[in-house]
Write a protein that binds this ligand. Structure first.
Ligand code: OAD
Length: 277
């Protein structure tokens, strides 16, 4: 486990964090429990690359393949077919949860997970078994479709939507409001606002955690990029896991107690050995 700067010497605080993570692999024992009790993860696309889903900004990632404009609200407005083609391509594959998702599911089972703030739209947290009410999909999810009119409650699960796909050469229209509006993936595109209820849930998790783990995100997209620095509890221990170093602003103020520059799965398997079998 390498700390940033390639030093393999851990400070006392870092040693304590590593030990507490290892102690957090078992069911919480109320009387004498020295593990973390309220773990919150903030995850990004790097948590799912080992499942075969490319991230956005790495070489060969989604931006190289499709260009960033695909994920803009104007694309949905003017060229909806492009977004549906992307979804269809995604839905063809059978992606399986990675060690990061499996560790989250086990932390949930041992009752130490306070929440997962995920920028990912792949739904792998819930597929791994994390309780839905603990997963805050701040950029939405491809596992749901909704009417593009804000006043309409038209809604389908991806499963229901998939059943419709064969009969839809072109993007499907909402069956509820009768306004000729599109049923769209329930994801947040650039130029759109985040769901305020979801964001509120995410903030409540961040302010109350005792361990904050930031995994596989470049932490470049606002408002999520500022959430850790603005909202993570002062008393929480903070871990960064990524091939890359944290953004400058996080390095400058020494926000993270432990920076692990490694593959996400490997880092998680080392930190929480008994969670990922
Ligand atoms: P990025 O592609 O910006 O960042 C992924 C990060 O994970 C990079 O720092 C990679 O180096 C790192 N990484 C990738 N695979 C890894 C692995 N196996 N092990 C360790 N590190 C790895 O993706 P996000 O930060 O998730 O928003 O992007 C944030 C948002 O930007 C997305 O939710 C999306 C995008 O625009 C919208 O579309 C609204």
């Amino acid at each position: 486990m390498a700390d940033e700067g390639a030093s393999d010497h851990l400070t006392n605080k870092q040693e304590e964090i590593v030990q507490k993570c290892a102690l957090s692999c078992t069911e919480m024992d109320k009387s004498d429990d020295r593990g973390y009790r309220k773990v919150v993860f903030l995850i990004g696309a790097g948590a799912s690359t080992s499942a075969g889903i490319p991230d956005f900004r790495s070489k060969g990632g989604l931006y190289d393949r499709y260009g960033p404009d695909l994920f803009h609200r104007l694309t949905l407005e003017h060229f909806p077919q492009k977004i549906y083609d992307f979804y269809r391509e995604f839905a063809k594959q059978d992606y399986a949860p990675t060690s990061v998702h499996k560790a989250l599911a086990r932390l949930n089972v041992v009752k130490r997970l306070r929440g997962v703030v995920t920028q990912n739209i792949d739904g792998l947290e819930e597929q791994a078994g994390v309780d839905t009410d603990l997963v805050h999909c701040v950029h939405g999810s491809l596992s749901r479709f909704r009417c593009s009119r804000s006043f309409c409650d038209g809604f389908l699960t991806a499963k229901e939507y998939k059943a419709l796909i064969p009969s839809h050469e072109t993007p499907p229209k909402c069956f509820m409001c009768g306004q000729d509006s599109l049923l769209r993936p329930d994801i947040v595109l650039f130029g759109e606002s985040l769901n305020s209820a979801t964001l509120g849930d995410a903030l409540r998790a961040l302010v109350s955690c005792d361990l904050f783990v930031c995994v596989g995100t470049s932490l470049r997209v606002q408002p999520i990029a500022s959430l850790p620095i603005e909202h993570v509890s002062r008393d929480a221990h903070r871990i960064w896991i990524n091939r890359d170093a944290p953004p400058d602003v996080y390095q400058e103020n020494g926000f993270f107690d432990l920076c692990i520059q490694d593959e996400c799965d490997n880092a998680i398997e080392n930190l929480f050995p008994d969670l990922v079998q």
